[in-house]
Write a protein of this length. Sequence first.
Lengths: 117, 117, 117, 117
Amino acid sequence: MTVDDAASPAAEAATPGTPSAPQGPHGYAKQKDQHLKRLRRIEGQVRGLQRMVEEDVYCIDILTQVSAGTKALQSFALQLLEEHLRHCVADAAIQGGPEADAKVAEATAAIARLLRS
Amino acid sequence: MTVDDAASPAAEAATPGTPSAPQGPHGYAKQKDQHLKRLRRIEGQVRGLQRMVEEDVYCIDILTQVSAGTKALQSFALQLLEEHLRHCVADAAIQGGPEADAKVAEATAAIARLLRS
Amino acid sequence: MTVDDAASPAAEAATPGTPSAPQGPHGYAKQKDQHLKRLRRIEGQVRGLQRMVEEDVYCIDILTQVSAGTKALQSFALQLLEEHLRHCVADAAIQGGPEADAKVAEATAAIARLLRS
Amino acid sequence: MTVDDAASPAAEAATPGTPSAPQGPHGYAKQKDQHLKRLRRIEGQVRGLQRMVEEDVYCIDILTQVSAGTKALQSFALQLLEEHLRHCVADAAIQGGPEADAKVAEATAAIARLLRS
């Protein structure tokens, strides 16, 4: 893992040579393509659910597909969260002060929402 | 969101030429339109997530949106499950025999998958 | 599964002196001993958590144990739910009428609470 | 509920003979008493479930109580996790190096287990 160079000033510059490229400000910038691919697959799962309903597929089979979609969304969330902890929360910890505390509280609240959903 | 216009051209017309359209064989047949509308809204949420990633929206805000999507999928699942219990499982109970037991076991397994996802 | 013979040595004797214990009125009555055994195991897990906190065990190990406890509670809930569907809900379906509908709505609400917890 | 008297006999002795007890090395050390109180309340809930099963309480009411217990366990986990992020993970971030990465990966895995449970 070359996560540590993330600590350096340029960390976020996913594509440094692109001058007008908006600096992805967040931890997940590098995985952007991977995230988008995942989300498109989830979108396909949701469209598959619509087809199943239209074609009167058996309820239980639809429920199985819903579970798969939910699981995929949560995997995406976990990956995003890991990058967030690794970058935003860690950076705030290094800065210290109330901002560090606030970042941890904010991340915990997000985890609580995931748990309740 | 232009999700709803997906409804207009035909979307719901699963079996257009069937005058006395056989009631879809499953419990959710009557709520079909409502289910499809819900699922299109969820599809819109997942597309919204892609936009958020593309526009480098703050991780925590994306996570909040993921929680909303997961919740929406689970509400859909619960509604489908309720209709399944009300029709398929109840009908099997009235018939009695091993089929009734099998239906309950199958529904419980589906609930377990939802809980674990 | 040889779960039932676990009941023999004493099954921790819920009400030992009651020879012809009246069958509890609910679906889970027959599995009572098994349920009580499960719940005592979960109680032991929660006491184990207290010991871990007292002995300053590493947070992550405590969290792993919490996950195990939550999973055990949910397995118990699923088993109870299955018996409820198999007996109370099925009986109401056979009776028919508004009571049947009410039972399904009630069970679905309970499942929703489990999903949200 | 006579949950609290569970605390009296000894409550497994929070700080028995150790006068200058070294502060537990982990983030949750300061909240120890609060955590133990919470866990004893959860233990009381699980004992309450046993009573409900013994007294043939209606299944749905038992399920409601299970949801409450699960929720309480997850609240405990979230609080522990927040302290863990605030102390152990933040400290590791300040130190930097592979240890920082390992702590984040470990915390994420724990969150994944909570989500799946």
